[in-house]
Design a protein around this ligand. Structure first.
Ligand code: PEP
Ligand code: MN
Length: 334
């Protein structure tokens, strides 16, 4: 249920109303917009007297919301959420370019790629230290050492670092990471999501391989219900019957999610297509479709990458793409 307050209500009256609602065992999510305050009621609202609530002099309107996701629902929070990581902002008109290798392989590799993607326009550096590989015999990442190498690359470039967590017990290791990525395979690791909800740190939440948008939003809800509202959603393709591409990029997810939620939405065309030559057209399509950012895998030597070389752009290809993405965004702004 959402309660829209009249403009300029006295603080004291508003607090009285919130206390009264909380006394009915309801959680109250407060969204202070430029013009209006919206209260989102969380919990069992079946016993709330809607008519009584609507009759209060500070209340403009009351609506029942049947969607199971509340905190991330745009109805509760009409304005776009902007997730800030230093100077890198995502959402609400701000666009992020997250680039870097699939995996951190060595100090030289990550630092040189970080410098190259920064020169090419990246606003954040990605790189996996803990890798969720389909085969246990494949490179599993440099783990804690990889995190340290990412920090060196951050120091060298100033780019905030985005890296994936796979295990709830590793949370302390990620204390100095700027954005924690929850990969597709962990989108419904609910215990992990609940713990990440206790942090004061942005989370990049990827859509699962076979998950609906509602399930993605319910996973975001797990993080938000625990208190962390800094979430960037990521569409990275879903599994369909198509086999020419690694996954099928569901670009309609971008406008659909923008309708449903106030959280920013970025697109990862690298994992969505699995093929470097398909990445630029899909990245441009994502920008044209209103994405709040794109995440691109970039490697200085794709032929010898330890992971996902086939979908990696070279730094030169990334820079050329970044330029075109900005041109597409300029057209949209006109
Ligand atoms: C990644 O970004 O490195 C990754 C493993 O992606 P996904 O979880 O989308 O497969
Ligand atoms: Mn990868």
């Amino acid at each position: 249920m959402i309660v829209i307050l009249k403009p300029n209500v006295a603080h004291e009256k508003r607090e009285q109303l919130i206390e009264w609602l909380k006394a009915q065992s309801l959680g109250v999510h407060i969204s202070d917009g430029a013009f209006q305050t919206v209260l989102g009621l969380i919990g069992d609202t079946s016993k709330v007297d809607l008519d009584l609530l609507a009759s209060l002099d500070i209340v403009e309107s009351v609506k029942r919301v049947s969607d199971p996701f509340k905190c991330c629902n745009r109805k509760f929070h009409p304005e776009d959420t902007i997730v800030s990581v230093g100077e890198a902002k995502t959402g609400g008109g701000y666009f992020s370019l997250i680039a870097g290798p699939c995996s951190v392989e060595s100090e030289e590799q990550i630092v040189s790629i970080a410098k190259a993607v920064k020169a090419g326009g990246a606003t954040m550096l990605r790189g996996g230290a803990f890798k969720p590989r389909t085969s246990p015999y494949d490179f599993q990442g440099l783990k804690a050492e990889g995190l340290e190498l990412l920090k060196i690359a951050r120091q060298e470039t100033g780019l905030p670092i985005v890296t994936e967590i796979m295990n709830i017990n590793h949370i302390p290791l990620f204390e100095d990471v700027d954005v924690i990525q929850v990969g597709a395979r962990n989108m419904q690791n609910f215990d992990l999501l609940k713990e990440l909800g206790k942090l004061n740190k942005p989370i990049l939440l990827k859509r699962g391989l076979a998950n609906t948008l509602k399930e993605l939003l319910m996973s975001a809800e797990y993080i938000m219900a625990s208190g962390n509202e800094q979430i960037i959603l990521c569409e990275r393709g879903i599994r369909t019957f198509e086999t020419y591409t690694r996954n099928t990029l569901d670009l309609s997810a971008v406008p659909m999610l923008h309708e449903l939620t106030h959280l920013p939405v970025v697109v990862d065309p690298s994992h969505a297509t699995g093929s470097a030559r398909l990445v630029p057209p899909m990245a441009l399509a994502a920008a044209a479709g209103g994405a709040d950012g794109i995440m691109i895998e970039v490697h200085n030597d794709p032929m010898h990458a330890l992971c996902d070389g086939a979908q990696a752009l070279t730094p030169e290809q990334f820079a050329a793409l970044a330029e075109k993405v900005h041109r597409v965004r300029e057209v949209l702004a006109v």
